[in-house]
Design a protein around this ligand. Structure first.
Ligand code: PMP
Length: 299
């Protein structure tokens, strides 16, 4: 396995960052989780656009252009000889001193890890997820914007662990006003009376790439109305279907929330159809890895 760090492709045991990197010391940095399917990187431009927006949000200058990063990622998948892959792109504030001052960090560090994807067990897709509402709230806009995909994931990690301790697989985080925001690593949707509803970006969520794809399939291919609106856990408890979306998860049904079965307690029809349509898209669209002439510049 070859890992990209600041212009070099290194073996796994050689791929190391400094203990003075502010990504490690303070969680000062951003990241993306991207997937390749069948030799194509899915929604690469969308992930890179989000990375650059996250960077802008935290005043981080990425030392590569979007096009250069695109080539580095495609080369990474190619160098690792993979067709299906999980790509972790990390940009840290870089090497600094022990203080908080970001101006002491002269250059951001860029890391690209290309690995095999660790999938959710197939049973989760068949049977659906059991989730709980976390006691932790999603970081509000008044703090670091939840629109930034930052290296500060401790809030989400604690929520996910709270779910595990309660015998569930995911946790719903409410926003500070008590409305549903999202799960620890996925966006959330529900179906009721022919309409699909998901929280708006300003509710305090990550603008999920999969969320946007799901909305596009629902509105376009399925002609199902989608509304972005605030809602409560009661709306989820009484929904006909609930599902989550994310790069790792893709589309997964939620069949139990806080001990209440959702409808029949089995994945719903619309969720299954969406899963299928999403899988088809991942298999047939994306930036081809093996047909590209890649510049020597970023090899
Ligand atoms: N919300 C959070 C908090 C996330 O970390 C993620 C990504 N794992 C998502 C939603 C889903 O985003 P995407 O569809 O872009 O993977």
């Amino acid at each position: 396995m070859k890992i990209f760090i600041d212009g070099k492709w290194l073996d796994k045991d050689q791929a190391k960052v400094s203990v003075f990197d502010h990504g490690l010391l303070y969680g000062d940095g951003i990241f993306e989780g991207i997937r390749a399917y069948n030799g194509r990187v899915f929604k690469l431009r969308e992930h890179l656009d989000r990375l650059f927006q996250s960077a802008k949000g935290i005043l981080l200058e990425i030392p590569y252009t979007l096009e250069e990063l695109e080539k580095i990622i495609l080369n990474g998948v190619k160098n690792n000889g993979l067709k299906d892959a999980y790509i972790r792109l990390v940009v840290t504030r870089g090497f600094g001193d022990l203080g908080l001052d970001m101006r002491k960090c002269k250059k951001a560090s860029v890391i690209v890890i290309v690995d095999k994807i660790a999938l959710f067990p197939e049973s989760v897709y068949e049977q659906g997820l059991k989730v709980i509402t976390s006691s932790l709230r999603r970081t509000p806009h008044q703090c670091l914007s939840p629109n930034v995909k930052s290296l500060n994931y401790l809030n989400n990690i604690m929520a996910k662990n709270e779910a595990a301790r309660a015998g569930a697989q995911e946790a719903i985080l409410l926003n500070m006003e008590g409305y549903v925001a999202e799960c620890s690593g996925d966006n959330i949707f529900y179906l009721k009376e022919g309409k699909v509803i998901t929280p708006p970006l300003w509710a305090g969520i990550l603008p999920g790439v999969t969320r946007a794809v799901a909305i596009e399939i629902l509105k376009g291919k399925f002609r199902v109305p989608v509304r972005e609106d605030l809602f409560t856990t009661f709306d989820l408890y009484t929904a006909e279907e609930v599902f989550v979306t994310g790069t790792g998860a893709e589309i997964i049904a939620v069949v139990e929330i806080d001990g209440r079965k959702i409808a029949s307690g089995k994945p719903g029809k619309l969720t299954r159809q969406l899963q299928e349509a999403y899988r088809e898209l991942t298999q047939t669209t994306g930036v081809a890895v093996y047909e590209n002439e890649l510049s020597a510049l970023v090899q």
